[in-house]
Design a protein around this ligand. Sequence first.
Ligand SMILES: Cc1cc2nc3c(=O)[nH]c(=O)nc-3n(C[C@H](O)[C@H](O)[C@H](O)COP(=O)(O)OP(=O)(O)OC[C@H]3O[C@@H](n4cnc5c(N)ncnc54)[C@H](O)[C@@H]3O)c2cc1C
Ligand code: FES
Length: 270
Amino acid sequence: MPFDVAADVTANRPLSADYNVLTLAAPAIAAAAAPGQFVMVKLGSGHDPLLRRPFSVFEVLLGNDGSPAGITLLNKRIGPSTSLLYAARPGQVAACLGPLGRPFTVVDPPGDAWMVAGGVGLAPFAALAQALRARGVSCTLFYGARRADELFYLDFFRALDVELVLTTEDGSTGERGRIVAPLERQLAARGAGAPVMIYACGPEGMLAATAKTAARFGRPCQVSVERIMGCGLGGCYSCVVPMRDDDGATHHVRSCLAGPVLAADKIRWD
Ligand SMILES: Cc1cc2nc3c(=O)[nH]c(=O)nc-3n(C[C@H](O)[C@H](O)[C@H](O)COP(=O)(O)OP(=O)(O)OC[C@H]3O[C@@H](n4cnc5c(N)ncnc54)[C@H](O)[C@@H]3O)c2cc1C
Ligand code: FES
């Protein structure tokens, strides 16, 4: 059940010229959120932009008494709303509706979890990694970005004992190229009897390549799709994703309700 709250901005930490981490005081949402769920957010009371925008719940923050107190958003500035969130100041108020959508299915040992993130697609994986590690699942984060200075929160994942595999398009950190290349190599090297769940979030091309690679090696894969979302509640149909039925026919789902996490092998990628 989502909560619609006026959340105080309590902190805003720039990570780069385009990325920041925004903290919102939203205890009810923090208490209810599961990894992979999202919130619809708009800063301030103006009419431009008119609509709220979707953001993954990045972290759930605990208060001094140990109870959920707030959430953070990993924000990448690309347009009007994300620019406002980049420039937000403590004391401003954000309209925040959530948690929304279907979360990731969190696996248990002995299976391993491989998270595949491209750019701001890192956002759902901080909370997911915490949930997986709390269950004792061995985790690897395959994380690709354009440059070294766009790889964030590496120490956060190291502190959770998550193995890191990094790529950058310019080769400034890790392997040069796309993140699917080391994923493919590690899948090829992995024994058939060693279960692994693949989780992916990032640009659509990366998701499609990850889905195809997972399918080629017969591994299950959950992807968090990022469609344009006008309402987040199933009312506007701006977020539909074509899915394959068992009989080969195509039907469309609203990714704000059926997703954002969907089974990769059910999506029609072409
Ligand atoms: C479930 C979900 C979770 C998301 N989580 C995050 C997150 O954690 N952090 C984050 O920074 N962003 C996230 N996004 C993307 C974010 O919602 C968009 O960047 C935001 O709506 C852009 O708003 P804007 O007003 O700044 O720019 P707009 O003017 O709305 O968009 C700028 C340009 O980007 C395009 N665009 C807008 N939304 C998307 C999208 N979802 N996919 C591809 N292109 C798009 C527009 O068509 C336009 O060309 C998420 C999206 C979804 C659907
Ligand atoms: S965002 Fe409106 S129906 Fe999905």
